[in-house]
Design a protein around this ligand. Structure first.
Ligand code: SF4
Ligand code: SF4
Length: 413
């Protein structure tokens, strides 16, 4: 694609990056076939190729409008288009740049701005989020069903093993996950403990910055990233082997810290190191897993849970780890049902389910139909956002796969 970027951006780091991405696009349109919003709306501007054109126009000096913003807002940032694209267009990075530019020039209405500010103020603060969730659970009987189903039931975590091993890894607990699904990090700690690895929690660590970033509060997101690096750094200096992430949506962000903070002289090197250490829990288990197979061996034939795995977009399109969890689960004795259109987003997508409720609901309903068609006993996934979103639409249990693995390895605990 030929480009002619406007003077205001041409020579900036963002401009050069966007220009290089745009020039890789050949307009072929193959990406539209796998775009969830294009499939729902059949509008070129609600597909990747149309959005790329919109962003190109803004970069070339056109004035963005509320319509430009709407089509970019409707994008899930699922990055299915990246997986499909034959020329390697990094759409996710381009849409970040485009949204940042449009956000600065197109004011939002009062209600929408307030709503976005509230989300940005509450979700990244674990204590505040937890208190509001507690109050929501108390008020659940008084709420309309459509709202009460969005508030997940409370769950209890199994015990966290004592840190007794020489091998140590650090965990990202995140902001919403400790309240919504406290069992997940504990399950990761228990499975890793079986492998001779102690999973540590850093004092003062919180949100990874993804929430603010996706709400276009990019400066706030960068500050959140710096704070998390500060909390982790003493552990990194002590030699933790990896930073383990159980929410793939957070994993995509942390693995990009080196990029996000690459221009910050005080944090660039630390951010790069943190990105190098960041691992999705499936990456760790797939390497260390053979010893788990022995533990599972005796029970494998007697007990074969039939489950559906929902692969989050951040796992398959963002981290490019498609198939890894499925292989681990199959190896360890789970029976996976077939899931049609597994490449499509479930509609959770960070705060998308709140900001674009109608599109999100349609995607969720389609996903639930695809996941339950094979009559599984549970749905497993790898990202807290998808987990909470899907749980609101089914009576089947929706859990992180590491919890199911922990349970099958030590069912009587
Ligand atoms: S990121 Fe997802 S929703 Fe957005 S254009 Fe690409 S495929 Fe479509
Ligand atoms: S598939 Fe890739 S090259 Fe083709 S239109 Fe989409 S982004 Fe451009």
């Amino acid at each position: 694609m030929q480009t002619n970027l406007a003077a205001f951006i041409k020579d900036t780091a963002e401009g050069k990056e966007a220009d290089a991405i745009l020039r890789k696009c050949t307009h072929c349109g193959m990406c539209t076939a796998t775009c969830p919003t294009y499939q729902l709306l059949s509008d070129e501007l609600d597909g990747p190729r149309g959005r790329i054109y919109l962003i190109k126009q803004v970069l070339e000096g056109a004035t963005p409008t509320a319509k430009t913003q709407l089509h970019l807002d409707r994008c899930l940032t699922c990055r299915a288009c990246e997986t499909t694209c034959p020329t390697g267009v990094r759409y996710g990075r381009l849409v970040d740049i485009g949204r940042h530019l449009v956000e600065a020039r197109v004011p939002r209405g009062l209600i929408e701005s307030t709503w976005r500010s509230l989300l940005n103020a509450v979700i990244p603060r674990p204590a505040l989020f937890s208190s509001l969730l507690f109050m929501g659970r108390l008020a659940r009987p008084l709420l309309p069903r459509s709202l009460s189903r969005k508030i997940p039931q409370s769950t209890v975590a199994r015990s966290w093993p004592k840190a007794s091993h020489t091998r140590k890894m650090l965990v990202l607990e995140g902001c919403a996950q400790p309240s919504l699904s406290p069992a997940t990090s504990a399950a990761a700690a228990r499975v890793l403990d079986r492998l001779g690895i102690s999973l540590e929690r850093a004092v003062g660590a919180g949100c990874c910055g993804a929430v603010s970033f996706h709400l276009n509060e990019q400066e706030k997101a960068l500050d959140t990233m710096r704070r998390l690096i500060d909390a982790w750094w003493p552990y990194v200096e002590q030699g933790v082997e990896a930073i383990v992430i159980t929410a793939s949506g957070c994993g995509v962000t942390v693995k990009d810290y080196g990029h996000f903070l690459g221009q910050d002289p005080a944090y660039a090197a630390k951010a790069k190191r943190v990105s190098e250490l960041a691992k999705d829990i499936s990456e760790v288990i797939s390497v260390e897993g053979p010893r788990l197979r022995e533990a599972r061996g005796e029970r494998r034939e007697a007990e074969k849970p039939r489950v559906a795995f929902h692969s989050p977009c951040s796992l398959q399109h963002g981290l490019k780890l498609n198939g890894k969890v499925e292989s681990v689960l199959t190896e360890l004795g789970f029976e996976l049902v077939a899931v049609p259109d597994a490449h499509l987003c479930c509609g959770s997508a960070g705060t998308y389910s709140i900001l674009q409720p109608e599109l999100s609901r349609r995607l969720r309903d389609n996903k639930i139909a695809a996941l339950t068609g094979g009559m599984p006993s549970a749905i497993l996934t790898a990202n807290i956002g998808c987990q909470a979103h899907l749980q609101g639409a089914t009576t089947l249990p929706v859990r992180h796969w590491i919890e199911a693995l922990d349970e099958i390895l030590s069912p009587s605990c």
